[in-house]
Design a protein around this ligand. Structure first.
Ligand SMILES: *[C@@H]1O[C@H](CO)[C@@H](O)[C@H](O)[C@H]1NC(C)=O
Ligand SMILES: *[C@@H]1O[C@H](CO)[C@@H](O)[C@H](O)[C@H]1NC(C)=O
Ligand SMILES: *[C@@H]1O[C@H](CO)[C@@H](O)[C@H](O)[C@H]1NC(C)=O
Ligand SMILES: *[C@@H]1O[C@H](CO)[C@@H](O)[C@H](O)[C@H]1NC(C)=O
Ligand SMILES: *[C@@H]1O[C@H](CO)[C@@H](O)[C@H](O)[C@H]1NC(C)=O
Ligand SMILES: *[C@@H]1O[C@H](CO)[C@@H](O)[C@H](O)[C@H]1NC(C)=O
Length: 369
């Protein structure tokens, strides 16, 4: 794997692009492009589902949310997270509520089931404590779907028609590496499987999970690939502690993730050819991070978190005063992108800049289809 050149970069923000995209941030009046948006995944998408859980994977304390109007909410960001940006671009006048707080008719506009530390595999993230695994998120969705059928006057065909118009996004898989495969002292997967075998096992399970989502009526589904996990400050520091060649360790992680991403792209192709009444797309999170870096003006800090972090978790130290110039940091804590990076990532997932950003559709095209 020739990953050498990709080493240090991740979610770097081209400042000019950022300024232009920030114009979107005033919410649009009028109807959104689609009636509903359902969100599955991990801490990249979580907007508060872990707040009531006994877990280390929590972000409902300062300095999280320092740039968010409502302050700390459980979002793993200084401001908006990835799916907030996508909801805005889709034209929603509000953010999609977390499942933990979603009640009444509001569920018709969508629900966010995502949970920090969650993985494709149930055991992933167990080192952090409680979390809502992807399997459990799908069960929660089936519960919401039953409520939607009832809100539609128990008219099944009306409910099915409605659910087919919604956008569904999934950000899952990072914890199957960060909080599983790359924690060999706590998990046995790296001894059981080569990275090729592991990607295969994950994709096979993911494939079944996405078919479950399809069977619950989803027809417009965007699956996010994984980012350059080996280059996040948390893993670089871990490599620095546990090996004498940081770049080798970090490159190995990025290679493993690229194997997963390649398999995920094939899965999306397969799903599109097998389930022809639905549209699936792959979002190139890895490549968007790298090309943003290439386009950056060189004044961005991409290898250090903005807040001081807890070594064991990579999350911000509670009540720590973070850096001032937050828009110049691509990372917020040692794992998660800053709001500025989320604006770029969400912006390019919605409206692809390069043809490889979103294959075969960007989210805007999914919404219009
Ligand atoms: C159920 O919904 C479908 C599609 O919206 C509609 O055509 C049909 O008339 C509805 N049936 C009843 C009994 O309301
Ligand atoms: C590795 O650790 C040493 C000692 O703690 C530190 O000085 C150095 O900056 C670290 N390097 C990286 C790449 O994190
Ligand atoms: C560290 O690993 C890289 C490959 O990622 C290799 O090019 C380099 O030579 C290694 N350095 C040492 C000191 O072994
Ligand atoms: C798609 O269909 C082919 C042929 O029936 C099958 O081999 C493959 O496993 C299916 N893939 C998915 C993701 O359903
Ligand atoms: C951001 O501020 C820190 C100190 O607060 C400074 O060290 C750093 O150089 C600044 N970053 C940029 C990109 O100007
Ligand atoms: C998508 O981005 C291009 C520039 O990359 C811009 O010209 C266009 O207006 C954008 N479209 C939407 C729907 O945001």
């Amino acid at each position: 794997m020739h990953v050498e050149i990709m080493k240090p970069f991740l979610w770097v923000v081209p400042i000019l692009l950022l300024v232009s995209i920030l114009h979107y941030s005033c919410f649009v009046d009028g109807a959104p492009q689609v009636p509903c948006y359902f969100i599955f995944g991990d801490s990249l998408s979580d907007s508060g589902n872990n707040n009531g859980l006994l877990t280390l994977a929590k972000a409902n304390y300062k300095p999280y949310g320092i740039d968010f109007p409502r302050g700390p909410t459980g979002r793993f960001s200084n401001g908006r997270n990835l799916v907030d940006v996508i909801a805005e671009l889709l034209g929603f006048s509000h953010y999609i509520p977390p499942f933990a707080a979603a009640i009444g008719w509001k569920i018709l506009h969508g629900v966010n089931y995502a949970s920090g530390a969650a993985g494709i595999r149930d055991e992933s993230g167990r080192n952090q404590g409680m979390r809502v695994t992807f399997n459990k998120q799908l069960v929660n969705h089936q519960n919401i779907v039953r409520q939607i059928v009832s809100l539609q006057g128990n008219n099944n065909s009306a409910a099915i028609q409605y659910l087919g118009k919604c956008i569904y996004t999934v950000t899952i898989g990072s914890n199957d590496y960060i909080n599983n495969y790359f924690m060999p002292r706590l998990y046995s997967t790296s001894r059981q499987f080569t990275s090729e075998q592991y990607a295969g096992v994950l994709i096979q399970q993911y494939s079944g999970q996405i078919k479950t989502l399809y069977n619950s009526g989803a027809r417009k589904i965007a699956l996010f690939g994984l980012g350059t996990i080996g280059s996040i400050p948390f893993e670089v520091a871990m490599c620095n502690r546990s090996t004498n060649n940081v770049s080798l360790c970090s490159d190995n992680m990025n290679s493993a993730v690229q194997v997963f991403n390649a398999r995920l792209q094939s899965l999306v192709d397969d799903l599109n050819s097998n389930l022809t009444d639905a549209k699936f797309t792959y979002i190139d999170f890895y490549g968007i991070g790298l090309s943003s870096a290439a386009a950056s003006l060189g004044s961005v800090i991409f290898d250090a978190p903005c807040c001081e972090v807890v070594r064991e978790t990579g999350l911000c130290v509670p009540f720590n005063t973070p850096c001032q110039n937050r828009t110049q940091y691509s990372f917020w804590d040692a794992i998660h992108p800053s709001e500025s990076s989320n604006v770029v990532l969400g912006g390019r997932a919605y409206n692809a800049t390069l043809p490889t950003d979103a294959v075969p559709f960007d989210i805007n095209q999914l919404a219009q289809a």
